[in-house]
Design a protein around this ligand. Structure first.
Ligand SMILES: Nc1ncnc2c1ncn2[C@@H]1O[C@H](COP(=O)(O)OP(=O)(O)O)[C@@H](O)[C@H]1O
Ligand SMILES: [Mg+2]
Length: 329
């Protein structure tokens, strides 16, 4: 009897152990490991939500877990779409801001030229000029408002040999600066940022060329020289902007350095702290703080570097360092 009882007990123990083991294996296989899979996936997705390969593929055979995996996959898909949309919009906004910044500068040049026509006695000019100036004004203020948003990639520079003196002269004329005798045909007193009291000296030989994208180099110089002219005017002027070229000596790579000096009052601390950072360093009313950021990006696209050499109460100097081109020797 006792012996029989023992056997029953042993048998029940064995059955219990086998059942427990089976339940353990089943729970592990069908619940714990799929859940672990979900947890691992959530962590991986969290690390890089922009990688579509990290979206979970539902694989569980247990109804509830499969449902959870499905819901998670859908949510990850939505997050991915939202992220893509956001980054597209961000680059669009940035591109728009950069275009607006430089478009505003070009329109300002147009406005400057239009204002000079005010002196004309031609009745036709007198009649249409206010309308022209009005619409330029509106276009400039539209660009200004667009600048409240945020720069995608510029197009790659199309390099060719550019006559630097002529290009610089064009920039100076566009800004209404007084060109020094010997710097080319003077534009007379202007009413631009220089107000006729900013002289411009170009210390570059007529024949000198640099390997660059002329349009982009124009924009770089225009940004630097406009800032310089604005700084001189803000400091109560008169003053001078000097643009010169240094050909780097052998051993330093053989590149070229275009230097832009001004006799303005120097950069404000906030601009220095946020040098080249878009939207941060702008100090002027109406300025977006984009000019230097754009100029630096354009120079970098040339494989060069834009550097602030010095900025004191006596003036500011920027250097545009361009690498030696493959075919410049
Ligand atoms: N040559 C300079 N002399 C003095 N201040 C300068 C000079 N260049 C730039 N700055 C300062 O740096 C700021 C940022 O310049 P920039 O990036 O061109 O933006 P923005 O001209 O749109 O304000 C300017 O607002 C100005 O205060
Ligand atoms: Mg500027």
């Amino acid at each position: 009897m006792i012996d029989y009882g023992w056997r029953i007990l042993r048998l029940s123990l064995i059955i219990s152990i086998i059942t427990a083991a089976m339940i353990f294996v089943a729970v592990r296989r069908f619940v714990v490991s799929p859940l672990m899979g979900v947890i691992v996936n959530v962590k991986a997705f969290q690390e890089n939500p922009e990688d579509p390969a990290r979206i979970i593929r539902p694989s569980s055979r247990l109804g509830e877990v499969a449902e959870a995996e499905q819901a998670l996959a859908e949510m990850q898909e939505d997050v991915l779409t939202a992220l893509r949309e956001r980054s597209r919009l961000a680059s669009l906004g940035e591109a728009l801001a950069k275009i607006s910044h430089d478009l505003r500068n070009m329109l300002s040049t147009g406005q400057l030229i239009a204002e000079r026509l005010e002196m004309s006695r031609d009745p036709l000019v007198a009649r249409v000029l206010p309308k022209l100036i009005g619409s330029l004004d509106r276009a400039i203020s539209l660009c200004q408002r667009t600048l409240d948003y945020g720069g995608a990639e510029e197009t790659a520079p199309e390099l060719r040999q550019v006559r630097l003196r002529a290009l610089t002269r064009e920039v100076a004329e566009g800004l209404g600066l007084d060109l020094d005798a010997g710097s080319g045909p003077g534009s007379g007193p202007g009413s631009g940022p220089g107000s006729g009291r900013v002289r411009c000296r170009i210390d570059i030989p007529e024949q000198h060329t640099v390997l660059a994208d002329p349009e982009q180099l124009y924009r770089v110089l225009a940004n630097l020289m406009r800032n310089a002219a604005e700084a001189i005017s803000a400091g109560g002027g008169p003053g001078e902007i000097r643009v010169e070229i240094d050909v780097e000596i052998a051993g330093t790579g053989g590149g070229q350095v275009i230097r832009v000096h001004d006799t303005g009052p120097g950069m404000p601390a906030k601009a220095l702290e946020n040098l080249f950072k878009p939207f941060r360093g702008g100090m002027r009313r109406g300025g977006a703080g984009l000019g230097l950021a754009i100029a630096q990006e354009l120079v970098r696209a040339h494989g060069g570097e834009l550097e602030l050499i010095s900025s004191t109460t006596e003036g500011t100097e920027f250097a545009i360092r361009l690498p030696a081109g493959v075919d410049t020797g």
